[in-house]
Design a protein around this ligand. Structure first.
Ligand code: NDP
Length: 433
């Protein structure tokens, strides 16, 4: 704790994993001998740098940026960049740590890393976003590469930001190295279904959890927090499988629409006009907007937290269960607090933690890297089918691992142990690195 003082979210993520690893160390004593746990908790490399940029009025601003290259035992570091004012080392380290296990679960050759900046993209002009991205890449370019470290998007970083970052990388290095970034646009090296992948993948994982219980998504009422990339495509896939999504949110408030969220309208407001979710209620008859509302007070059968870390507390979890919620699949990273997880597990409802349930995003990023390496471009249907197969495999792996270690159906145990085993075995094989 003293070694990483003040990094609260990182401590939380590490504790959650370590609490489940006891039986693994009994079965594989060599992991203790080689100090795998101590090594896995220490990033291979952390880069922290300043990003100076000028706004449209010519005023100078200084932000801080991070890239934590956590573990490369399975492949190049892989993980998104987050732009949000809350970003500091503890958040990037928690995300990077989770990413190691998530990436291992995909079965694809990718290590774990994460980056970001405390830059707030809200209310910035296009030119300001571009200048900021160019300034950030003027330092970051020397640390990344197709075989080294491959960033992508996350909160506040979508295709527009990736374009500006990738463009500056190309300019500085004089290399059209498509595989250095994922989440690119379709006509400059991106993969079909990448935009949809995290949200779709979360719903595929949810569907598998329900199948194990002899249940299905069809006819279920869902609540999805957030209204960004993950939330929109989780809503789309859940709706296409017969569920009704009745609420979504942003950091200012909640939209409730008992007719089911109108996705075309939501996409128009969020993806094209880049407005707040409150605009939905102004345009959709029957929808209501709850300013500062708590989305978890809306009764539902399925909850999909797709906004941010620690957004669903123990109290929220209790209310969800009391009001009839039977399944939770996390599109966001670590959205449920440890107390919330305990409530779901004690109630015996299906609970899919983010590092398993939202792994479809990074898995499809790895598919984008495959297409870039072979200068190929796959169809939407083929890529989505690969995504679905990967999510079904992740679910099966987590389920079987949970059963093997005496906790059948506990996906936290299953995901942590299955991910840990894969990375640790590679770390032991590669020697003391
Ligand atoms: P976006 O920036 O597209 O959307 C984020 C959404 O969450 C917005 O609606 C935002 O509202 C809301 N939000 C963010 N921070 C807060 C906060 N502090 N309180 C309340 N609401 C908040 O990001 P993504 O959809 O890409 O990411 C969402 C989550 O999914 C994150 O946890 C991310 O790490 C995770 N994830 C994303 C992947 C991807 O492929 N994009 C892959 C795997 C995980 P507002 O506009 O008001 O800030």
């Amino acid at each position: 704790l003293r070694r990483n003082a003040g990094e609260t979210e990182f401590h939380q993520a590490v504790r959650e994993v370590l609490e489940t690893l006891g039986p693994v160390l009994v079965k594989y004593p060599e992991f203790a001998e080689y100090k795998v746990i101590q090594r896995i908790c220490e990033p291979e490399r952390q880069i922290i740098f300043r990003v100076p940029w000028q706004d449209d009025q010519g005023r100078v601003h200084i932000n801080r940026a991070f890239r934590v290259e956590f573990n490369s035992a399975l492949g190049p570091y892989k993980g998104g960049m987050r732009f949000h004012p809350s970003v500091y080392l503890g958040i990037i380290k928690f995300l990077g740590f989770e990413q190691i296990f998530k990436n291992a679960l995909t079965g694809l050759p990718i290590g774990g890393g994460k980056g970001g900046s405390d830059f707030d993209p809200k209310g910035k002009s296009d030119s300001e976003i571009m200048r900021f991205c160019q300034s950030l890449m003027t330092e970051l370019y020397r640390h990344i590469g197709e075989h080294t470290d491959v960033p992508a998007g996350d909160i506040g970083v979508g295709q527009r930001e990736i374009g500006y970052l990738f463009g500056q990388y190309k300019r500085i290095t004089n290399r059209y190295e498509s595989g250095v970034f994922t989440g690119k646009g379709l006509n400059w090296g991106g993969s079909r279904a990448r935009t949809e992948a995290t949200g779709y993948g979360t719903v595929f994982f949810l569907d598998e959890m329900l199948k194990v219980r002899g249940d299905a998504l069809d006819g279920k009422t869902c609540v999805v927090s957030g209204s960004g990339n993950v939330a929109i495509y989780a809503t789309e896939k859940a709706t296409s499988l017969g569920a009704k999504v009745i609420a979504c949110s942003d950091s200012n408030g909640v939209i409730v629409d008992q007719d089911g969220i109108d996705l075309d309208l939501l996409k128009q407001i969020k993806e094209i006009e880049r407005r707040r979710v409150s605009a939905y209620a102004q345009q959709k008859k029957g929808a209501t907007y709850l300013e500062d509302g708590n989305i978890w007070t809306i009764p539902c059968q399925v909850a999909l937290p797709c906004a941010t870390q620690n957004e669903l507390t123990g109290k929220d979890a209790q209310l969800l269960v009391q009001q009839g919620c039977i399944a939770v699949a996390e599109g966001a990273n670590m959205p449920t607090t440890p107390e919330g997880i305990r409530v779901f597990q004690e109630a015996g409802i299906a609970y899919g933690p983010g590092k398993a349930a939202n792994a479809g995003g990074v898995a499809t990023s790895a598919l984008e890297m495959q297409q870039n390496a072979s200068r190929d471009s796959w169809t939407f249907d083929y890529t989505e089918q690969r995504l679905q197969e990967i999510m079904v495999n992740i679910h099966r792996n987590c389920y079987e691992t949970s059963a093997e270690f005496g906790a059948e159906g506990n996906y936290v145990v299953g995901a942590n142990i299955a991910g840990f085993l894969k990375v640790s075995q590679a770390m032991v094989a590669l020697g003391l690195i």
